[in-house]
Design a protein around this ligand. Structure first.
Ligand code: SF4
Length: 155
């Protein structure tokens, strides 16, 4: 079961969106220079559609996007929850920050507007660095991936 450690309203993780970011615990990636080691422990609040509903009711009208930050231990569940958001909250954008090298085959692109991939490698830097190994993709209606990583370099 996926669990989330905490959540926050963020403005930079997804360009042009006001995003409710859910920080999911139980990260299996073990990046050597992990910036959020507390997210490696399998603890927190169970991620369920009921808990999503409670949060989204709380922030109704204030956010334009919901982003799952992590969840690589169970990408099929991330996909399932994104599909739920798509059907229950059709005006909300959906995003996923994965630390994996490539997008999991469990992911149905049509459930997402944005997907970030790539582990954190300190020497390459975060998305804000031009030398980053990470990529943020905008998923176009055609299913094509538009690499919008450079949007972070102008801010
Ligand atoms: S993806 Fe890497 S940096 Fe992010 S929480 Fe997991 S181990 Fe840490």
């Amino acid at each position: 079961m996926l669990k989330f450690h905490n959540y926050d309203i963020v403005f930079q993780e997804i360009p042009d969106e006001t995003t409710l970011a859910l920080n999911i615990s139980g990260c299996p990636n073990h990046c050597p220079s992990c910036h959020s080691p507390h997210l490696q422990a399998d603890e927190g609040t169970p991620l369920t559609t009921e808990n999503l509903d409670l949060l989204l009711r709380q922030y109704e009208g204030l956010i334009t996007c919901l982003c799952f930050m992590g969840g690589d231990a169970e990408p099929e569940m991330v996909n399932r929850f994104a599909a739920y958001i798509r059907s229950a909250y059709p005006t909300l954008k959906t995003g996923w920050y994965s630390g994996a090298e490539k997008i999991s085959e469990a992911i149905d692109m049509s459930n997402f507007d944005y997907i970030k991939i790539g582990p954190y490698i300190e020497s390459c830097g975060s998305l804000k660095s031009k030398t980053t190994n990470q990529r943020l993709y905008h998923i176009l209606p055609s299913g094509k991936l538009d690499d919008i990583t450079s949007r972070f370099w102008r801010t």
